[in-house]
Design a protein around this ligand. Structure first.
Ligand SMILES: Nc1ncnc2c1ncn2[C@@H]1O[C@H](COP(=O)(O)OP(=O)(O)OP(=O)(O)O)[C@@H](O)[C@H]1O
Ligand SMILES: [Mg+2]
Length: 463
């Protein structure tokens, strides 16, 4: 792949100067276009995008400052460097105020001018990168404690708002770790029951024999060990919300008992003689397909319809990749604070690694991953290695580090591009690791100019 070629428009009324600059810049690999006066320059700027304008201050028809102003109007992002033999400090200052990147007096040292140009282009790339990242991160909309503003999540926030106003039963479905419990709590918190209890029953985690008493409570002496009266969770949730987590795990006999309570909000404590009635909102959650459980005869249809008045389906993280970085940043801040660390951001390689992974364990997996990585990290930038320690990608990176050049492979066919890219990536990552993510130092370690180093990073991280 050829290095991205920057294009530079040279504006000077003196032919010898244009020729000199053209020769010098082309030798450095830039694409150079020349204009002999202001009018020609502006008509070129209108037609084509240039990364940089190198503009003399005294031109035949206009002043360099006029060209600067006019071209900024056409393209506010164009970078302009002014050159002049005649400029006073005032003109130089004015040029900078008008948005020129720098001002170089004539006669100039070739090296110095080239350095100024390289700096200007470097800054441009930096700004672009920063802008792209800012855009991704600033979008992190919170809905209470919920992070994410992918269209799928915005739709879910809307549903939460709507159902919060009602007392309807809600069934939340979604793969493990997609945030079902978080959504259940959000519904409660948005509702007018917010100040009343939110009570969770983990239907899969309580032994069958205790479940009935757990739900409905019991009277003293109703069974061995029932030495006092005990309030059931249904009663405790009175006026609030009862959250039936992993509802598919309920046994069929327990489903029968629950049906009446769900239907009429009336139940009888174990060993009791009188019914109790409560005012509760019921939210259930499952990572199973409850319809399939109904068909298979594992879940009662009547209870299913009672619980599933409104269904909220949570998409897996891989189907809303737009939420990945905001979530990752959220957890980075959370665990950085909790663990007393100062890890503030991800290296671009770490981001790359996250983007490539599809998180079968969804947000919980992402959260655990970041927590472990923050704990392992001893730099303020989270580098891919501490992430890779936790993801199976570790093997991938190690594979490259320990790579043997197996030339026999060649006879079976290889992709040289991929191999070279992997090696390049491994070296760059190692250099970043050695320098705590300092690109200047990392470039030095690899004997590269900063610009060439950045270029390689860009190439490996196409956005
Ligand atoms: N959108 C989100 N924003 C911030 N944190 C989230 C989000 N979704 C989930 N989490 C966090 O991820 C973790 C897992 O979420 P939760 O326990 O709600 O998932 P779940 O669907 O109930 O998982 P399981 O099926 O395994 O019980 C929790 O720590 C939760 O706070
Ligand atoms: Mg859960």
């Amino acid at each position: 792949m050829a290095e991205k070629q920057y294009s530079i428009l040279v504006v000077d009324d003196e032919l010898s100067m244009r020729e000199l600059l053209e020769y010098m810049l082309e030798k450095k690999g830039y694409r150079v276009i020349c204009a002999a006066n202001g009018k020609e320059a502006l008509s070129k700027v209108k037609k084509e995008h240039y990364d940089l304008l190198l503009c003399d201050i005294r031109l035949g028809d206009m002043t360099g400052l006029e060209v600067l102003k006019a071209s900024k109007k056409i393209n506010p992002h164009v970078t302009v460097i002014m050159i002049s033999a005649f400029a006073t400090t005032e003109t130089a200052v004015e040029a900078m105020n008008q948005g020129a990147f720098d001002y170089v007096p004539k006669p100039f040292e070739n090296k110095e001018l080239l350095q100024t140009i390289a700096n200007a282009l470097e800054r441009k790339t930096l700004e672009k990168e920063k802008h792209a990242l800012d855009n991704e991160l600033k979008e992190s909309v919170h809905f209470g404690k919920i992070v994410g503003n992918s269209p799928r999540m915005l739709h879910i926030y809307e549903m939460i708002r709507q159902v919060a106003r009602t007392r309807s039963s809600v069934l939340i479905t979604g793969e493990s770790g997609t945030g079902k419990e978080l959504i259940a709590k959000a519904i409660h918190e948005q509702s007018d029951r917010a100040d009343e209890p939110f009570v969770t029953i983990n239907c899969g985690g309580i032994p069958e024999t205790l479940l009935e008493s757990e739900f409905f409570g019991h009277r003293k002496g109703s069974f061995t060990g029932a030495s006092t009266d005990k309030q059931g969770l249904m009663e405790i949730a009175h006026k609030g919300t009862l959250f039936l987590d992993e509802v598919a795990e309920l046994s069929v006999p327990m489903q029968v008992k629950l049906l009446r309570a769900v239907q009429e909000r009336v139940f009888r404590p174990v060993g009791g003689t009188r019914d109790m009635s409560v005012d509760i909102r019921i939210i259930s959650a499952t990572n199973k397909k409850l319809e399939d459980e109904v068909i298979a005869g594992n879940f009662r249809e009547d209870l299913f319809y009672r619980l599933n008045v409104i269904e909220i389906k949570l998409p897996p993280l891989r189907e809303r990749k737009g939420d990945l970085l905001p979530l990752a940043q959220h957890f980075l801040e959370k665990y950085s604070q909790e663990l007393g660390k100062q890890v503030t951001k991800f290296s671009s390689y770490a981001i790359d690694l996250l983007k490539k992974y599809d998180f079968p364990g969804n947000i919980r997996e992402l959260e655990n991953l970041i927590e472990r990585s923050v704990a392992l990290s001893n730099t303020n930038i989270l580098l891919p290695d501490s992430l890779a320690m936790s993801i199976h990608k570790k093997r991938w990176i190690e594979g490259i580090r320990n790579r043997r050049f197996d030339l026999d492979e060649v006879s079976r066919g290889v992709s040289l591009d991929t191999i070279l890219e992997e090696i390049e990536r491994a070296y760059i990552e190692k250099a970043m690791e050695c320098t705590d993510g300092n690109k200047n130092k990392a470039a030095d370690l690899l004997g590269l100019s900063l610009r060439s180093f950045r270029y390689r990073i860009d190439k490996l991280n196409p956005n």
